[in-house]
Design a protein around this ligand. Structure first.
Ligand code: NDP
Length: 418
């Protein structure tokens, strides 16, 4: 029997105890967990302007998810009830069919310099192409430390959009997200591009549309491993098709995927706005916003597939500053950026599996409201043991809403004085 069986029924202290015995956590991480250590105020005040405090969210784990044949414990940060439970559920089902396989296609970041007021667009293009080597050398001279790490500027691409000539710079930023590195490189090449093109530079900035950092997660689940079997699998494939053709459904389909992706991106201290922006642009790559995942039927299996841009980092930004982020990397056993990108894609696909299965069977509200009941009880003012008591009453009642929670709490408290 797995050490993690019944994990969700244990107390927080019991869960921490299991993690400290099964994972190779540093003494520092164990202390972070036990005393619930957070971002210190003096560091928070250095990271963001006009700082007045720190802001906490629940940190959870999915203890076992199988990715590329290895079992991981995933740290997740989310305030939404049912996200972690759904991921846990999907990970168990998909794990029995071999888990997820991931593939990081490439890992280059892209930046752009937009040139305008060009006296001769074609001449400018020729001049820039002829001096590609010098431009790459200049880019590398603007952030030389990345060369020692085996990274650096790799290529230049040109495109014209209306009267703009856009110069794209592709660089290997190794374990970082690379925003500042790329921006340094772009600032370094900007004056030379202006000189070569005889034009003006409007701006120089990283692009979050990271099409050279794609990652794919796939899974194959035998019908007999899916509750509801072949019929549910077929409906899930239909639901996936619906998200390809209807943007109203696609947006919600992808929101479900981000329930998983964002929770792991946040736990690892990464820039979730950057990841969201890139993935939503990718969802719209052919001009229509579509679901990011695809589920199809192949023989007796449901096959899931998710490809997303994932320029995730294991260093840089504020990653090294938050003790909870250090703990997250400890739990993940310190993956490199490519491995972490794969884990994030797998989490997105797992979350999508759980959401689609619920949607085409019991409907999303049944499970969601069951878990939402605790939040409603808390919002109504329930304390201590009242929370579970009110949540249970809410689950049994016809209406699961705040008004009902308040009524039930009043009734419960009145019963104390009876
Ligand atoms: P940093 O500026 O923190 O750069 C990464 C740092 O990690 C560098 O100091 C680098 O050292 C160090 N490093 C250590 N080991 C490695 C390694 N193996 N590989 C690569 N670097 C290593 O972060 P980024 O340039 O990655 O930029 C990310 C930050 O930029 C985020 O905070 C993001 O929010 C922000 N940002 C995002 C933008 C966007 O998304 N559009 C725009 C602007 C900023 P060394 O310098 O010695 O190489």
């Amino acid at each position: 029997m797995s050490l993690y069986s019944g994990f969700h029924k244990k107390t927080r202290q019991e869960r921490i105890h299991i993690l400290t015995t099964t994972k190779t956590l540093t003494p520092d991480s164990i202390e972070t967990l036990t005393i619930d250590r957070n971002l210190p105020e003096d560091i928070a005040g250095q990271i963001a302007e006009n700082h007045i405090g720190t802001f906490a969210l629940p940190m959870s784990v999915v203890p076992e998810i199988v990715v590329n044949g290895r079992t991981y414990t995933l740290p997740l940060v989310t305030e939404e009830p049912s996200v972690v439970a759904a991921l846990n559920y999907a990970s168990q089902i998909i794990g029995k069919s071999g888990g997820f396989t991931t593939n990081s296609h490439e890992r280059l970041m892209i930046g752009q310099v937009a040139l305008y007021d060009l006296p001769d667009l074609e001449k400018a293009k020729v001049a820039i192409r002829q001096h590609q080597t010098e431009i790459l050398d200049l880019a590398n001279a603007s952030h030389p430390s990345i060369l020692k790490r085996g990274g650096g500027a790799r290529a230049i691409r040109l495109d014209t959009k209306e009267d703009f000539l856009i110069v794209y710079l592709l660089a290997d930023v190794k374990e970082a997200m690379g925003a500042n590195m790329i921006n340094n490189m772009l600032e370094g090449i900007k004056p030379y591009l202006v000189e070569l093109s005889n034009g003006q530079a409007l701006m120089a900035i990283l692009s979050n549309y990271a099409t050279e950092s794609l990652v794919t997660a796939t899974c194959r689940i035998a019908f007999d491993q899916i509750p509801g079997g072949q019929e549910t699998a077929r409906k899930m494939a239909l639901a996936s098709r619906l998200a390809q053709i209807d943007p109203y459904r696609a947006a919600t389909h992808n929101k479900g995927i981000f329930n998983g992706i964002d929770a792991l991106v946040l736990a690892t201290g990464n820039d979730w706005r950057a990841i969201e922006a890139g993935c939503h642009a990718y969802a719209c790559q052919d001009g229509q916003y579509r679901g990011l995942s695809n589920w199809t039927i192949e023989d007796t299996e449901l096959v899931g597939n998710l490809t997303v841009p994932m320029p995730i980092a294991t260093v840089g930004g504020s990653i090294g500053l938050n003790p909870k982020v250090k703990l997250a990397f400890d739990l993940l056993q310190h993956p490199d950026a490519k491995t972490l990108a794969g884990l994030i894609a797998a989490v997105g696909l797992a979350q999508n599996f759980a959401a689609l299965r619920a949607l085409v069977t019991t409907g999303i509200q049944a499970g969601h409201m069951k878990l939402q009941a605790k939040s409603l009880a808390l919002l109504a003012g329930a304390k201590g043991t009242e929370v579970e008591a009110i949540a249970q009453k809410l689950r049994d009642s016809q209406h699961t809403n705040l008004e009902q929670a308040k009524t039930l709490l009043e009734e419960l408290r009145a019963s104390y004085s009876d």
